[in-house]
Design a protein around this ligand. Structure first.
Ligand code: SAH
Length: 389
């Protein structure tokens, strides 16, 4: 069968997988075995599913796949503690995923779309425009990949990297992923249903069993998405890309602001915190001369506190400059002054230290250059596939 006609098993929850397995003339309990292989053991190939008969494995190989994206390359940064995967979709659009390992925790930054329609002027993914929505299986595939590669990191990390990043030794590298953040390419709330299904697939206690609180979804501020999430029984964390407290400046940076201006956005977020009692994070990328002076810090504190304080945290991210935007990051002093001012107003704020800068894997830098990546992949695809896509 043509690869792109195959059924992606990662798109199927257990009931759907059971239906499919029955349609293949197999007893229902085979579905449970297959499900365990996919989600509990994260087995990357049918050949390794030794509890399934050879005949059934051949059938699976012929008609289905474990994730429909092809792993093109894996880049290694921060002494081996950061890995960036580049995947190709069936139509050859590329998607990036970044795994970052810290002492005792490991976070994967997951993409929800190929390209992005939101058009933020400082973001590399925006330059690609919108390419396509990822399916639930394609979103989940990135997390399964990260879990597999995480297991290999203790055997493939630089001592200097460990020291630099404050690990006592390799035993500080966790065996299990601890966080999945939807902060890769794309706008998760612009692909809400597929994104949300991927969370269900990964959350299933009989499967990958990833806790709801270990997910964080980040949005440009699509209010309908925030409203849906506040009625969701799962305790998924919410992050809002705010980046400016002045409508004129924000609309200039983020076209979405013309549709959902700051006051409406903050109202929706306040309602979310009242309903869910969960703390919200605001992301604020600091751009030299654009949104980083004292006046902007004051406006930000005013806007956040206007209707009364709610549980919040501000993450300050010095811009990762993207070519041809003319924008540069704020100076260290500016960043510190901005943080200190928010703290003074009683707003908890943290300056985020960036991972993956050396491999174009830092915030806002994800923009698979198809031609470049495909060229780089020639000759390495076979070998890299061994890592398990
Ligand atoms: N569309 C979602 C999630 C993807 S972007 C959102 O916007 O929230 C993840 C984060 O990276 C967002 O806060 C985004 O604004 C930020 N980001 C984008 N470009 C960046 C850059 N060049 N430097 C630093 N952060 C950037």
């Amino acid at each position: 069968m043509q690869p792109d006609r195959k059924i992606d098993l990662l798109n199927l929850d257990l009931p759907a997988l059971t239906e499919q397995v029955k349609a293949w003339g197999q007893p229902a309990f085979r579905a449970k075995q297959l499900w365990r292989q996919l989600w509990v053991k994260q087995t990357a190939s049918f050949a390794d599913m030794s509890d399934l008969s050879k005949a059934f494995r051949d059938k699976l190989e012929e008609e289905s796949c474990i994730g429909s994206m092809r792993l093109l390359t894996v880049r290694r940064g921060d002494g081996g503690l950061t890995r960036k995967a580049v995947f190709a979709l069936p139509g050859n659009e590329t998607v990036e995923t970044v795994l970052m390992v810290y002492p005792g925790r490991a976070t994967v930054c997951v993409s929800s779309q190929a390209g992005c329609p939101m058009g933020c002027t400082f973001c590399a993914t925006a330059k690609l425009g919108f390419q396509q929505d990822l399916t639930p299986g394609q979103i989940a595939q990135q997390v399964l990949w990260s879990q597999r590669i995480l297991r290999e990191i203790p055997h493939d990390v630089d001592d200097s990297g460990l020291t630099r990043h404050r690990f006592a030794d390799t035993s500080d590298i966790p065996e299990r992923l601890t966080n999945a953040v939807f902060m890769g390419m794309g706008e998760p709330f612009n692909n809400y249903d597929n994104w949300r299904e991927s969370v269900d697939l990964l959350h299933d206690p009989e499967g990958f069993n990833f806790g709801a609180r270990n997910f964080t979804v980040s949005t440009v501020g699509l209010i309908p998405g925030i409203q849906k999430l506040m009625d969701d029984p799962l305790q998924i964390n919410l992050a809002i890309s705010l980046h400016a407290a002045d409508d004129e400046i924000r609309s200039d940076m983020m076209p979405v602001n013309r549709r959902y201006p700051i006051a409406d956005l903050i109202d929706a977020v306040r309602e979310y915190t009242e309903k869910t009692h969960r703390r919200v994070s605001f992301e604020y990328v600091l751009i030299d001369g654009k949104n980083d002076d004292q006046e902007e810090a004051e406006k930000l504190a005013d806007v956040l506190l206007a209707g009364g304080k709610f549980p919040m945290h501000v993450n300050l991210i010095p811009l990762n400059p993207v070519a041809d935007t003319g924008m540069t990051r704020s100076s260290r002093d500016r960043v510190r002054a901005f943080r200190d001012y928010l703290e003074l107003r009683g707003i908890p704020a943290t300056v985020r230290i960036q991972r993956g800068v050396d491999i174009d894997a830092a915030c806002g830098q994800l923009a698979g250059d198809v031609a470049k990546e495909l060229r780089a992949a020639e000759g390495t695809a076979e070998e890299e596939n061994g890592v398990g896509a």
